[in-house]
Design a protein around this ligand. Structure first.
Ligand code: HEC
Length: 190
């Protein structure tokens, strides 16, 4: 007896894959209500119900941003340079548009007319604790919006550490400099 040709085997394999594709589509096609559809479940006959009065839309917590319904992986705590690197990456995304890459308050958004934030090297801001900076990120401050729904607790800590690093990079008291920095400073002054 002749063995089945390679073409026949290939055709069978393709047929099986097509069946698979159909099965996947069956999941899209399961019974569901579309927006605006009627339903006998509720007194007003509509499937979509208005949220209760006073509902505030806010995505937060471990389900935020998980449209797949999957829990976000819990990120490991960061420290040292890894914390600062993460802080810089998040700062450049969420804060630099207004505060500027160096924190002087002259980001593009401020240049285009949004009230300019103060420089991080103003004495009052130098005195803020990192915990307070993380709180400002979460809750906002004055005309600055809250970022708690986009920047989670770990990243707020990382950004606060990076803001402190920005401050020190531009405003460190000589007493905090190490021997290398002091030698460098002496060289540049001479
Ligand atoms: C849309 C522009 C904008 C963005 C984005 C923004 N800020 Fe601000 N921020 C401001 C403005 C404006 C102020 C001053 C608010 C006021 O005094 O009313 C401010 C104030 C602050 C202050 C000072 C609070 C105080 O006690 O005076 C800190 C700290 C701060 N922002 C940190 C951040 C960090 C960190 C981020 C990023 C997560 C960020 N901001 C993102 C505009 C912004």
């Amino acid at each position: 007896m002749r063995r089945p040709s390679r073409w026949l085997l290939l055709a069978c394999a393709l047929g099986a894959t097509a069946g698979c594709e159909r099965a996947m589509h069956d999941m899209y096609a399961q019974p569901k209500y579309k927006p605006g559809a009627a339903s006998p479940l509720f007194p007003d006959g509509a499937a979509a119900q208005a949220p209760p009065a006073g509902t505030v839309p806010l995505a937060q917590g471990e389900w935020a941003g998980a449209s797949s319904g999957r829990r976000k992986a819990v990120a490991a705590p960061l420290s040292g340079m890894a914390l600062l690197r993460r802080g810089r990456e998040r700062y450049d995304i969420y804060c630099a548009p207004c505060h500027g890459l160096d924190g002087q308050g002259d980001g593009l958004v401020a240049q285009r007319g949004f009230p300019a934030p103060p420089s991080y090297t103003e004495p009052r801001l130098l005195a803020l604790s990192q915990a307070r900076i993380a709180e400002v990120i979460r809750d906002g401050y004055g005309v600055m919006y809250p970022y708690g729904d986009r920047v989670d607790a770990r990243d707020r800590r990382a950004i606060a550490a990076y803001v402190r690093a920005l401050q020190l990079s531009q405003h460190a008291p000589v007493s905090r400099l190490g021997p290398d920095d002091l030698a460098h400073l002496a060289g540049s002054v001479r």
